[in-house]
Design a protein around this ligand. Sequence first.
Ligand SMILES: [Zn+2]
Length: 272
Amino acid sequence: MKVRFWGVRGSTPTPWSEAMQIGGNTSCVQLLTQSDALIILDAGTGLRMLGKALIDGGTHRQRDIHLLLSHTHWDHIQGIPFFGPLNFHDNQMTIYGANKTHKSLEEVIRQQMSPEYFPVSLDDLPAQIHFQALSEERFEVAGLQCESAAFNHPGGVYGFRIQGEGATLVYATDMEYTPESLDPRLIAFAQNADLLIYDAQYTPDELHTKSGWGHSTYLTAAQLAKEAGVKQLALFSHDPEHADSTLREIEAATKKYFPASFLACEGMVLDI
Ligand SMILES: [Zn+2]
């Protein structure tokens, strides 16, 4: 299984020269497997670039697309209206995610394309779009074994554990824990993963003023990686205020606690 990062930034895109080395698009990760299915984790603005790459490469027709959403905050859904393959009638996309208490997943996604927010509605898109509501469960996506579990974030978030082709990936972004408050369920969820992608948005200093906003620090990421015994840790959901130089300092600091760690960068492809 291969993993490609199309968007690695948290909160909002950063079209800023000092952030271009690591990348400015918001959360979007693609899984590359032997099947022809397109498997995507989160639909931040990185999704637009994935769609463009498919169209440029001529591989954008008759595709079976699976999009797993950790949650529906802006930085995880804003790429959907700009995902080029949805403009072709012979594509189909299934969107997996949690229903909210008072609103279904479908209503939430429809709402971001209502006339107040966007000129084209979801129904205007030629592709077939289906919704699959998730709870904490095991399910299969294009031959991969997946598990969803809820963790701590304002409004809720799901982590995904995905196994197949001899590898295990754990995608756990937008979660607020400290090294002292790590959820034992999360440690078990990430156990022995070949790659853990984890939220490391804040520095420990920043967490003092941003507590309750739903993100972790690199110290929590390193502690989780260590306790779960993962092979590699990708630091993810970089803060929009952090320039490349700051992020490289965070990476160096993380390596002191967990050497097999690195910054997730836009365009990076990993064979796990
Ligand atoms: Zn969020």
